[in-house]
Design a protein around this ligand. Structure first.
Ligand SMILES: [Zn+2]
Length: 264
C-alpha cells in the first residue's frame, strides 16, 4: 500500500517537474488580442466568422492552435507559430529576406492562410482549421520573441527568474507579465482597448512585413536588456508592461483588419 502511494507520488512529481517550453502568448494573452479584434469586426464579418466558428468566440478560438500541440497529429503545424529572425534587420533587409523566404514559418503561413481563406471553394473543415490558425498566428507574431533567434529558441533558452522563480525570457513575455496584472481577459482587453479611427486605419494598412519589423526590433531590445540569471520583477514590469500592452492592442486591431477584409 505504502509503496504504491510513493510510486504514485514520484510519478506525479515527475509529470509536473518536466519544464514546459512555452511557445506562444499564454492563454490570456491570446484571448486579450482576440477580444480586441472582435470589438472591431464589421457586422458582416462577425456573422460570417460565427458561421464558421459556431459558438466559439474569436477570443476563445485564439487558444486552439496551442491546445492541439498535445496531439501528435498536429505536429506539422508547430513551426507555423514563429519566424526566426537572427539579427536586427533594417526594413529593406527584412523585406529582401521575406521575399526569398520559403521555410514553413509564421510569415509564409500567414500568406498561405489568407490566400486560402479568400477562395470561395475552400472546404468547410479547412475553413475552420485555417481561420483558427490565422487568428492565432497574427496574434503570435506580435509577441516579440516569436521573431527571436534560432540559437536560443526565441528566448526559451535565455534562463531568467521571475520574482525569484525559474523562468525564461520567452515565458516572461508569453504569460508572466500578463498574469502579473491579475485581470481576466475581458477586463484586460477593456483596460487597453483604446484607439482612434485614424490609429486603426494606419495599423490596418501596415503590411505583415512591418508587423515583423516591429517585433524584430523589440526582440533585439529585449535580448540586449536581459542577461541569463537576471531576476526580473517590479522594475521589469514597470519598464515593459505598456510596450507589451501596445503589442496586444496592435495584434487585435490588425487581426480585425485582416478578418474584415476576408469576411466583411
Ligand atoms: Zn502560438
Amino acid at each position: 500500500m505504502k509503496t504504491n502511494f510513493f510510486r504514485k507520488l514520484i510519478l506525479l512529481i515527475a509529470i509536473f517537474y518536466v519544464p514546459l517550453q512555452s511557445m506562444a502568448w499564454g492563454t490570456n494573452g491570446h484571448r486579450i488580442c482576440g477580444q480586441i479584434a472582435d470589438s472591431y469586426l464589421t457586422p458582416k464579418a462577425r456573422k460570417a466568422i460565427q458561421a464558421i466558428l459556431g459558438n466559439e468566440s474569436v477570443a476563445i478560438t485564439s487558444n486552439w492552435a496551442d491546445f492541439i500541440k498535445s496531439d501528435p497529429a498536429y505536429n506539422y503545424l508547430y513551426t507555423w507559430h514563429f519566424i526566426d529572425l537572427d539579427k536586427a534587420y533594417t526594413y529593406p533587409e527584412l523585406q529582401a529576406y521575406l521575399k526569398q523566404d520559403t521555410s514553413t514559418d509564421a510569415y509564409t503561413k500567414l500568406n498561405f492562410l489568407i490566400a486560402e481563406l479568400k477562395k470561395p471553394t475552400l472546404a468547410k473543415n479547412n475553413k475552420l482549421l485555417y481561420l483558427r490558425m490565422l487568428i492565432h498566428i497574427v496574434e503570435d507574431v506580435h509577441q516579440p520573441l516569436h521573431t527571436g533567434h534560432t540559437s536560443d529558441k526565441g528566448g526559451n533558452d535565455v534562463k531568467v527568474q521571475w520574482f525569484g522563480k525559474d523562468s525564461n525570457l520567452h515565458s516572461v513575455w508569453d504569460s508572466q507579465l500578463i498574469d502579473f496584472q491579475q485581470l481576466s481577459y475581458t477586463e484586460y482587453a477593456s483596460m487597453i482597448n483604446h484607439t482612434t479611427a485614424a490609429q486603426r486605419t494606419k495599423l490596418q494598412k501596415d503590411p505583415i512585413s512591418e508587423w515583423l519589423l516591429e517585433s524584430n526590433q523589440l526582440a533585439e531590445k529585449l535580448y540586449a536588456d536581459t542577461k541569463t540569471g537576471d531576476n526580473l520583477s517590479y522594475k521589469y514590469n514597470f519598464k515593459y508592461i505598456d510596450i507589451l500592452n501596445q503589442q496586444m492592442l496592435k495584434a487585435g486591431v490588425r487581426l480585425a483588419g485582416v478578418l474584415n477584409e476576408l469576411f466583411g
